[in-house]
Design a protein around this ligand. Structure first.
Ligand SMILES: [Cu+2]
Length: 139
């Protein structure tokens, strides 16, 4: 039946469009946090736009405040700390390495529990070195 076939292809393309819209592979990254220092804007990103309990893949991007251009931040480290009542703060570090795009770094981090993390990002490269702190919830 012609009509059914037409209807079937409409349904299929709707399903495909929905898959494209929701798939992390094709979806754009969302900002988890943006932190501005005197001369650097740092954006922490991921597919979901948030950190969750367990393993998380993320990106960190460095741009200048002056002209919002990405720049090579050199060696980048990221660590997180969570204040735990009556205990030593819980420290979790991430492995961060440069991506193909200058100023962009990729990392993974694993959180054993929920709660707000104090994040420290440090960089040391040809354009200078610095460090900044901001907080990110693990949901
Ligand atoms: Cu904790």
């Amino acid at each position: 039946m012609r009509t059914n076939r037409w209807f079937g292809s409409v349904v299929l393309s709707c399903v495909f469009a929905a898959l494209v819209a929701t798939s992390p592979v094709w979806g754009a990254e969302k900002a988890i946090a943006t932190q501005k220092t005197k001369d650097v804007v740092i954006t922490l990103k991921s597919e979901s736009g948030q950190w969750t309990k367990g393993k998380n893949a993320f990106a960190v991007e460095f741009a200048t405040v002056k002209d919002t251009q990405p720049f090579d931040a050199g060696k980048v480290t990221l660590s997180t700390s969570m204040a735990m009542p009556g205990m030593a703060p819980m420290i979790t570090g991430a492995t961060v390495s440069p991506d193909k795009t200058p100023g962009r770094y990729l990392g993974t981090i694993e959180f054993p529990d929920l709660g707000t993390r104090q994040v420290t990002v440090s960089w040391d490269g040809p354009a200078g070195k610095g460090s900044t702190k901001f907080s990110v919830p693990v949901r």
